[in-house]
Design a protein around this ligand. Structure first.
Ligand SMILES: [Zn+2]
Length: 272
């Protein structure tokens, strides 16, 4: 099974061209293989940044037993042009600057890959978000957490500016009545209308904050895993002592109204 996560949208079952040959890496470490371009970011510095970010993300979201070395390593390809980036990630990535791919076979991850579109001013700014998807994949049998959790947690690694916009989207959706019901948010796999997109990202980020404040952040992953095994109502009771999705809806909405449009401090320390 494979799913490709673009910076903004999700495309299921997309087959991509593997145009990065095995011998073409500019820099390699135990967990990453980097390919950049002439005039682009320094491969060795990017490699060190990837290793640091991976460690930081693992420390926040994964328990110690889940912090394993990656085999296969994660391929990181930095593209100089939009044309090259889109050829690699497919048409669904047209509005994005980062994309991640995890493929799993029989419960084992067989491919990890990140494509980044380089920007002279912002650099490879999508890296922390996309790398979060790759880190979280380690805890799930098919490599894919529920979408709201995956995007909510990955969005915590975005810049302050981006997170502020997502929180504003959440607040606007609540005020306009366009907010998704929590039961809908938890099960959303594919968008069916354009206005769901800002509400989904904003609410996912807000819900992740709410749950992460109830207990240790690593419990969020236990919670998602338990929900896959025995449903959300049971998982909410077992992990957070919340009496099912309806009570979660009530408590989260109260939290979100009280939070307002401001962005709470991210739990990921490297975010400024
Ligand atoms: Zn994402």
């Amino acid at each position: 099974m494979q799913t490709r996560f673009h910076g903004l949208f999700l495309i299921l079952g997309l087959v991509i061209s593997q145009h990065a040959g095995a011998a073409e890496w500019d820099s390699q470490s135990s967990n990453f293989q980097i390919r950049t371009f002439r005039g682009g970011p320094n491969a060795q510095q990017l490699l060190e940044q990837c290793e640091r970010l991976r460690l930081d993300l693992q420390q926040v979201w994964l328990s110690e037993a889940d912090r394993r070395d990656w085999s296969p390593r994660c391929q990181v390809i930095v593209h100089a042009t939009k044309a090259s980036y889109q050829t690699a990630v497919g048409g669904g990535g047209a509005q994005t600057s980062g994309s991640s791919l995890v493929q799993a076979s029989r419960g084992v991850i067989v491919n990890r890959r990140i494509d980044l579109l380089y920007d002279a001013k912002k650099g490879a700014s999508a890296l922390p978000h996309e790398l979060t998807h790759i880190v979280l994949a380690d805890r799930f049998e098919d490599g894919h957490p529920p979408r709201w959790l995956d995007e909510g947690i990955a969005t915590m690694a975005d810049s302050q500016e981006k997170r502020t916009l997502h929180h504003r989207d959440c607040h606007d959706a609540l005020r306009s009545g366009d907010a998704l019901r929590v039961v809908q948010l938890l099960r959303l796999e594919q968008f069916t209308s354009a206005k769901q997109v800002p509400a989904f990202y904003g609410q996912s980020l807000s819900l992740v904050h709410f749950l992460a404040e109830q207990d240790e952040p690593t419990k969020l992953i236990d919670f998602a895993e338990a929900a896959i095994e025995r449903g959300y109502d049971r998982a909410l009771r077992d992990i957070y002592q919340i009496e099912g999705i309806e009570e979660l809806e009530r408590r989260w909405r109260k939290y979100a109204w009280n939070t307002g449009a401001r962005a709470p401090q991210s739990l990921v320390s490297f975010v400024r």
